[in-house]
Write a protein that binds this ligand. Structure first.
Ligand SMILES: [Zn+2]
Length: 417
């Protein structure tokens, strides 16, 4: 059975249970008067969102405040599904030599996700089949953020250096076996940072993806003449596979006249997907600005969150979303590519929308107008007039981030009984 079907069945059961409790006790939380953008359900207008039991109970105009135990005034703000970051690095640990696989370059997710509106992050290959159990115990099971994983084709995961070049540790069969052990949690395969001239790393990752029926995400590593990028996206990847670091300077993007090369649109037509994967070295405005203007937009706005990207030009999900707004993408498109679209890419269609019965992972953003600057990975600057700030984040209906205390009671209000 497909994971998404199982989830849908569970949702329907949950939604049935909700109706009986609403009448007795009212909604637990009501987000009132916000501009709801829910691309999955075609919602793009001022609506109220009622939440009970960790799930969305109802989205409608004018739900009475009296029907809820707590009301948050969301007027003037955007209410969206919680963002799904398709590319993060959260397998944190204290091994100084372990890079993004139990090392100090990864970040503890809860400290960096909720404040940017993110409720789900897909770790992009930190763990491999040998240490996924450790990742699960150490991070996934202890985080309030929902953590999913692309499993590295390298058994030891993203330890950096020579470990990631070891072809003997890229076992498609054992990798696929681990994926099948955690359906819906391990949602794909990752290959990254490979420097060699041959296609073995990509080939083994695709083979594991085929065996486990999941997509592959590719960080192409060293670009060189022996492995043409064009061949990767036109021949080696399958429909549904993802190339991340879309606007990296190495990608052959523009022709001599500044036009986006036709093969990129061909690759997209055959079903290959493109993720931003901003990071600390993989996003150049000189690629992104003309590409977005000519319609070569991302399928997903993955951040490539880790310690050096968050302190450089990337910063966080809301900053990456703001960059695309200022490059001319609409708010609706930005939300789609941060929520529902990435959820579909990893076959987790239970996420990324606000349907009644869905988990109440919600983000509330303020769109601020002013004079702002944005840096790319090479610290080149683009100015802009709009910036998204995350005001409030709910994870399973619980407030996990509240910038201005929208859900808080006044400090001098009478004590609650
Ligand atoms: Zn990465």
């Amino acid at each position: 059975m497909r994971w998404s079907l199982l989830i849908s069945a569970m949702l329907m059961l949950g939604a049935g249970g909700l109706r009986s409790t609403d009448a007795q006790s009212g909604y637990e939380l009501l987000l009132k008067g916000g501009h709801v953008i829910d691309p999955r359900n075609g919602v793009d207008s001022v609506m109220d969102v009622a939440i009970t039991g960790g799930t969305v109970a109802r989205v409608a105009r004018d739900i009475p405040a009296a029907d809820a135990r707590q009301v948050v005034d969301a007027r003037g703000l955007y209410v969206t599904p919680g963002a799904l970051d398709l590319h993060g690095h959260v397998f944190y640990g204290i091994d100084p030599d372990a890079y993004l696989s139990d090392g100090i370059s990864s970040v503890p997710p809860d400290g960096f996700t909720f404040r940017a509106g993110v409720t789900t992050v897909v770790d992009a290959g930190g763990a491999g089949w040998r240490n996924f159990h450790q990742f699960k115990r150490q991070v996934i099971d202890r985080s309030a953020t929902r953590i999913l994983s692309f499993l590295n084709i390298v058994g030891h995961g993203m330890k950096g250096g020579a470990a990631e070049q070891d072809l003997r540790d890229m076992d498609a069969r054992l990798t696929a076996q681990r994926v099948r052990e955690f359906p819906g949690v391990i949602v794909g395969i990752k290959t990254a940072h490979y420097r060699g001239p041959e296609w073995t790393a990509v080939g083994r990752a695709v083979e594991a993806g085929r065996l486990a029926s999941v997509p592959v995400m590719v960080d192409f590593g060293t670009f060189g003449p022996d492995r043409p990028f064009e061949e990767l996206v036109l021949e080696r990847l399958r429909p549904g596979d993802i190339y991340t670091h879309q606007y990296r300077a190495d990608v052959p993007m523009l022709d001599a006249n500044g036009k986006v090369r036709a093969y990129l649109f061909e690759a997209r037509k055959r079903g290959v997907l493109f993720d931003v994967g901003h990071g600390s070295g993989s996003f150049s405005f000189s690629q992104a600005v003309p590409a977005v203007a000519q319609g070569f937009v991302p399928d997903s706005l993955g951040t490539d969150l880790h310690t050096s990207s968050m302190t450089g030009g990337m910063k966080d999900m809301s900053n990456v979303m703001s960059k695309f707004l200022n490059m001319g993408m609409s708010m609706q498109e930005v939300v789609l590519r941060s929520t529902w679209k990435p959820a579909g890419i990893i076959d987790r269609t239970d996420l990324g929308h606000l349907s009644p019965g869905a988990v109440a992972d919600v983000a509330v953003f303020r769109l601020v107008e002013g004079n702002f600057g944005f840096l790319d990975a090479r610290l080149r600057r683009m100015t802009g007039s709009r910036r998204l700030e995350c005001e409030l984040t709910l994870r399973e209906g619980r407030v996990v981030w509240d910038l201005n205390g929208l859900a808080g009671r006044a400090w001098d209000a009478p004590a609650e009984k």
